[in-house]
Design a protein around this ligand. Structure first.
Ligand SMILES: [Mg+2]
Length: 204
């Protein structure tokens, strides 16, 4: 088996809890007594129509919630959304050890907008120096599971697919990478991710 020289990793559901996935949106609806059908409809239409790497949270909130008067302030909604995103310390520790071993190129492959991740949590990744090359998505504006994002990751890292492993919690995202020939790991928990990385020959 060719030596693994690059690790690409999802963020939401692997290193941090998910940003504004359906569970978090349901919490937002409940917290502020939103009209769930209206909010969810606007969210889905925005998701389909916009490249969410280009969103900022202000615009997102303006278009999903504050397009009409509300009894709460935008800042309250912003703080609540940020509070929903929490680090997953177990998997961060594993990935930090892989980074510290210094044997592979590492980058995130994530769909979330930069703005939808609170700065303190982005700093968790940056300060551990885990992903110096940052997010393919945020820079290039294409999303999983589109095959182009995996091709771009290969091009940018100048790697062959068989030298790369991609970690994600969703099987649909992994399928596109696997079709291109990357190794894949479906994230279930930190111990399983560590064991699967070692099975692929990584030493850390
Ligand atoms: Mg995910």
């Amino acid at each position: 088996m060719p030596k693994i020289t690059a690790v690409f990793c999802d963020v939401g559901g692997v290193l941090l809890t998910n940003g504004l996935d359906h569970g978090e949106r349901a919490a937002l609806v409940e917290k502020f007594s939103l009209d769930s059908k209206d909010f969810e409809g606007r969210h889905q239409m925005l998701s389909a129509a916009m490249d969410d790497a280009a969103w900022d949270l202000d615009e997102y909130l303006d278009r999903t919630i504050f397009y009409r008067p509300q009894s709460f302030r935008k800042q309250e909604a912003r703080e609540f959304i940020y509070s929903l995103s929490q680090p997953l310390p177990g998997s961060l520790a594993v990935i930090a050890r892989v980074a510290a071993a210094g044997t592979v190129f590492m980058a995130t492959l994530n769909n979330e907008s930069r703005e939808l991740k609170p700065a303190p949590h982005r700093n968790v990744l940056a300060s551990a120096n885990i992903f110096p090359s940052s997010s393919v998505r945020a820079i290039w504006g294409i999303s999983k599971p589109h095959a182009e994002i995996y091709r771009l990751a290969l091009d940018l890292s100048q790697r062959q697919p068989q030298e790369c492993v991609f970690i994600d919690d969703r099987s649909l995202n992994l399928e596109g990478a696997r079709r291109l020939g990357l190794h894949t790991i479906q994230f279930l928990n930190a111990a399983q991710m560590e064991s699967d990385l070692k099975t692929l020959g990584l030493e850390f």
